[in-house]
Write a protein that binds this ligand. Structure first.
Ligand code: UDP
Length: 250
């Protein structure tokens, strides 16, 4: 496909960050159930294209929980590392689905994997990923870190640091549009926070991202934005810094 990226036009506004790592969970891909919901993937892909139209470089770290999570296998008596490798493969399936959908929208992409599988994706090489981003391609990072005992939150943080992204933007689904004082599905008095510190997230055990990735972001001064990825136009609002959209962790 030619690299006539939708992002090559004039940006309409100045976005908050010129480059982001977007963390999308596998659960979002499944529309809350097992497998891949094409309508939801299309919606997410359109959001990514809108970020490219703002001339923001986008690397997507993709989860796999809609297909397999290592903890499920481990809970059923499997070897944890083996089960985690299965989870990493699940993220590749989602990555290929997102690539297909983005390219239907004429957005050039590259899938890069932390586990080598050259027939379907490039191996993750930092300098090559940077080059793709500079050329306006959306880089889909699959396979997590390529190591068991992690979730895809940690590679989202790590890749953001090594690719000089301005922030980790974590898309939620299921109507939760940021970080709350308590679980809004269980506690009706829970209120949404516009901003919170890394330490408060860690100390209060808020389920923003896993603690390893929060600590990494804190150590490397990487802001995190948690927002509802399935509300149309929301990624653009996050990038424009609109008040009341999502929660900023810094
Ligand atoms: N995984 C792993 N190492 C990594 C990233 C992922 O072992 O660096 C495995 C782990 O089993 C995890 C699964 O892949 O449960 C799917 O990723 P994740 O749970 O982050 O998916 P999400 O919750 O975002 O859908």
């Amino acid at each position: 496909m030619a690299d006539a990226s939708p992002g090559s036009g004039q940006p309409e506004t100045t976005p908050r960050w010129p480059r982001i790592v977007l963390k999308l969970s596998g659960e979002a891909f499944g529309g809350g159930t097992y497998g891949i919901d094409g309508t939801v993937v299309r919606q997410l892909a359109e959001e990514i294209v809108s970020a490219r139209r703002m001339d923001v470089d986008v690397a997507v770290v993709i989860g796999g929980g809609n297909i397999w999570r290592g903890m499920h296998g481990a809970g059923a008596g499997m070897d944890r590392a083996q089960a985690d490798y299965m989870g990493m493969l699940a993220t590749v399936i989602n990555g290929l689905a997102l690539q297909d959908t983005l390219e239907q929208l004429h957005q050039p992409t590259r899938v890069m994997t932390a586990l080598h599988m050259e027939q379907i994706a490039e191996p993750y090489i930092r300098r090559r990923a940077l080059r793709h981003l500079e050329k306006g391609r959306v880089v889909i990072l699959a396979g997590g870190l390529g190591a068991p005992f992690f979730t895809t939150d940690t590679p989202a943080a790590l890749r953001a640091a090594e690719l000089s992204a301005g922030a980790v933007v974590k898309g939620t689904h299921g109507g939760v549009d940021g970080v709350y004082t308590a679980d809004p599905k269980l506690d009706p008095t829970a209120t949404k926070l516009d901003e919170i510190t890394y330490m408060d997230v860690l100390n209060q055990g808020l389920g923003v991202m896993d603690p390893t990735s929060i600590t990494f972001c804190m150590d490397n001064g990487l802001p995190i934005v948690v927002y509802d990825a399935l509300t149309e136009g929301n990624l653009g609002r996050v990038l424009n810094g609109e008040r009341g959209v999502g929660t900023l962790v810094r």
